[in-house]
Design a protein around this ligand. Structure first.
Ligand code: PGA
Length: 244
């Protein structure tokens, strides 16, 4: 039985996130990814709540003359346990490639930080009927190359670009179909045992009103939540989706 994993992605926003954090459900792992500058404050804020700390990006070198970059060791020192890699905004605006993602995932694994690898197609690609081919290539680019150690703890997030921040959610069938396909692709690359245990999240306009249906699907093991994670109340409603 795979645990559910729900992670908030604040992007370039820094909400205060004040108020009580309720007791987390036993069978759900919860994390929040604030901007780098908020990691220390959030480490203190989340202490004792059970909510884990995630980062939104990392650089794959250890140290040196890389102005503006942050290493995996630096994240580890702040208590970061997860790191988003290859988000479509980073791929689109900052030219992050599959090759960069691979190096980042390996470096994170060296420091015991689990990568959350984002994959997902644009509207244009889906309308051309090429969404499976596109996502398969992204998944294969990582899983055919990853070392067994790095593949063991990785989380994959299926985030169709057309559903991110648009209020337009993939239907639970569309999301399940792609998450099952991603699992099958991982099985092809790494074998059924690894594919069976890897956590696959859905992301793209997840909110309290659709969380239960999405998270009830067999191959959807969690959610990567952008907009709805900025307010602790709505994020916690998603985390506690089983209580409705
Ligand atoms: P959204 O963002 O929930 O605001 O659509 C999700 C994401 O980009 O991770």
């Amino acid at each position: 039985m795979r645990r559910k994993f729900i992670c908030g992605n604040w992007k370039m926003n820094a909400p205060l996130w004040e108020g009580e954090v309720p007791k987390l459900p036993e069978n759900v792992t919860v994390a929040v990814a604030p901007p780098f500058t908020e990691l220390s404050r959030m480490a203190e804020r989340l202490d004792g709540t059970g909510i884990r700390l995630a980062a939104q990006n990392v650089y794959f070198m250890d140290e040196g003359a890389y102005t503006g970059e942050i290493s995996a060791a630096m994240l580890k020192a702040l208590g970061v346990e997860y790191c988003i890699v290859g988000h479509s905004e980073r791929r689109g605006y900052f030219g992050e490639t599959d090759g960069d993602c691979l190096k980042k995932i390996e470096k994170l694994a060296e420091h015991g930080i689990a990568a959350i690898l984002c994959v997902g197609e644009s509207l244009e690609t889906r309308e051309a009927g090429r969404e499976f081919e596109f996502v398969e290539a992204q998944v294969r680019a990582a899983f055919t190359q990853l070392s067994p150690a790095a593949a063991k703890d990785i989380v994959v997030a299926y985030e169709p670009i057309w559903a991110i921040g648009t209020g337009k959610t993939a239907t639970s069938q569309q999301a399940e179909e792609m998450c099952a396909f991603i699992r099958k692709t991982i099985a092809d690359c790494k074998g059924a045992a690894d594919a069976d245990s890897v956590l696959i999240q859905y992301g793209g306009s997840v909110k309290p009103s659709n969380a239960k249906e999405l998270l009830g699907m067999e191959d959807i093991d969690g959610a990567l939540v952008g907009g709805a994670s900025l307010k602790p109340e709505s994020f916690m409603d998603i985390v506690c989706y089983q209580e409705d």
